[in-house]
Design a protein around this ligand. Structure first.
Ligand code: ATP
Ligand code: MG
Length: 240
């Protein structure tokens, strides 16, 4: 799916949270959104997914406004993952039931993704009993189970063990390749962005500072804001 954001503004009270003249995202690419806390990253994702209305401006999916049919091909995972008050299996099967898949296919598709995400052992557990990391894994399995054409992922690996992050990254890359899906992923993890993203969108104070490939952003950016942000991130790593 191609996504176009045009003259977008989001305001809470007097405060302008987002102010984006234009942003174009192309099918088949993985985009990373990076920027400081409060930059407007989550708000942008919520607006593209249709969960939040912009104050001004529009989002176009494949040249048209978002409708129920298009929404069925878009997945969104929240920065604060939430699950329905039922079992892990029921949570992950929900998007397939909603899309009217038959019971046999639902069982095999859900079991496949539970296996891929290494969470089969908790499939009958109640969501409410899960740890924070387990909750995030189940929420992501639910987000990816229906082979979406557009993946909007808000800090999907924030609560996840380092040795498990690879499984999530591989799952995202596989869907991107298999379905030529557009992926928009918010991350604070620069190494993750380097590993999986084709392009980076750097957001600060609700504005796009720069859009570019890894080299342009990480090595050659002229923006002081970006250089400072990256320096802080790298210093934190070097201190270890
Ligand atoms: N419903 C709301 N009402 C009022 N202000 C809001 C609302 N939602 C977000 N904001 C404000 O908008 C700004 C951007 O929030 P947003 O969650 O998009 O930031 P973010 O870039 O995702 O930050 P973080 O890295 O901390 O997740 C913040 O200052 C936040 O307090
Ligand atoms: Mg956020």
């Amino acid at each position: 799916m191609d996504i176009k954001v045009k003259n977008l503004k989001k305001q809470y009270g007097n405060k302008i949270i987002l102010d984006i003249e234009e942003l174009n995202l192309t099918s088949g690419k993985i985009y990373g959104i990076i920027g400081p806390n409060g930059a407007g990253k989550s708000t942008l994702l919520k607006i593209i997914s249709g969960l939040e209305e912009p104050t001004e401006g529009k989002v176009y999916i494949d040249g048209e406004r978002l409708d129920d049919l298009k929404m069925k091909h878009i997945t969104y995972s929240n920065q604060k993952p939430y699950l329905y008050r039922t079992t892990v299996f029921n949570n992950v099967s929900y998007p397939l039931k909603f899309r009217k898949m038959n019971k046999e296919n639902i069982n095999s598709t859900v079991n496949d993704i539970l296996h891929e995400f290494k969470i089969e052992h908790i499939k009958d557990n109640q969501a409410i009993s899960l740890s924070g990391g387990e909750t995030q894994k189940v929420a992501l399995a639910r987000a990816l189970v229906f082979d979406p054409k557009c993946l909007l992922l808000d800090e999907p690996t924030a609560n996840i063990d380092p040795d498990y992050v690879e499984i999530i990254e591989k799952a995202v890359i596989d869907r991107n390749k298999k379905n030529n899906s557009t992926v928009l992923i918010i991350t604070h993890n620069i190494s993750q962005a380097r590993r999986i993203c084709d392009e980076i969108i750097f957001l600060n104070n609700g504005k796009i500072v720069e859009v570019g490939n890894m080299k342009e952003i990480f090595l050659n950016s002229n923006s002081n804001i970006i250089r400072k942000f990256l320096d802080i991130e790298y210093c934190a790593l070097e201190k270890l």
